[in-house]
Design a protein around this ligand. Structure first.
Ligand code: GDP
Length: 141
């Protein structure tokens, strides 16, 4: 079993696509083990995306991520990191495979509906960024 961090971004939240996106995860065998809605501050968004600080789109990315609330989740399942990345589709929705979350719910690379950890190491760090041990639930049934 593996865990990964997923964020339903402000565009998808605003378009009322939370349920449809979680449905895709659940149908694919990923279980929600923690979830909360948050409206990130500029500092929190800059901190979370610190790895992209030098990229030309950093300012736009932060502005987008604080433009409205997001739904943050920890997902659990076999190969959760890779499986989540497959379900998300390519960063640019124009390149995303049919049926993926970004092909279904995103229009542009600037507003691409979903974030997902890109490695096991980043998944652990990102989950810790948002959730404490009490908020992370073990699925007992
Ligand atoms: P991801 O792992 O598929 O989300 O992609 P990256 O780690 O490469 O980029 C992180 C996020 O930065 C993406 O999901 C986009 O929201 C944003 N991003 C990436 N490239 C661009 C770009 O060229 N312009 C803008 N505005 N945002 C971008």
């Amino acid at each position: 079993m593996e865990r990964t961090l997923s964020i339903i971004k402000p565009d998808a939240v605003a378009n009322n696509n939370i349920g449809a996106i979680i449905n895709i995860f659940e149908q694919a065998g990923l279980a929600v083990v923690a979830a909360k809605m948050v409206h990130l501050s500029q500092m929190q968004a800059e901190d979370f995306y610190a790895i992209h600080k030098a990229r030309p789109f950093f300012g736009d990315l932060v502005r987008f991520m604080i433009s409205g609330p997001v739904l943050v989740m920890a997902l659990e399942g076999e190969d959760a990191v890779a499986r989540n990345r497959e379900l998300m589709g390519a960063t640019n929705p124009k390149d995303a495979a049919p049926g993926t979350i970004r092909s279904l719910f995103a229009k542009t690379i600037d507003e691409n509906a979903i974030h997902g950890s890109d490695s096991k190491e980043n998944a652990a760090n990102e989950i810790e960024f948002f959730f404490n041990n009490i908020e992370l639930c073990v699925r007992t049934r």
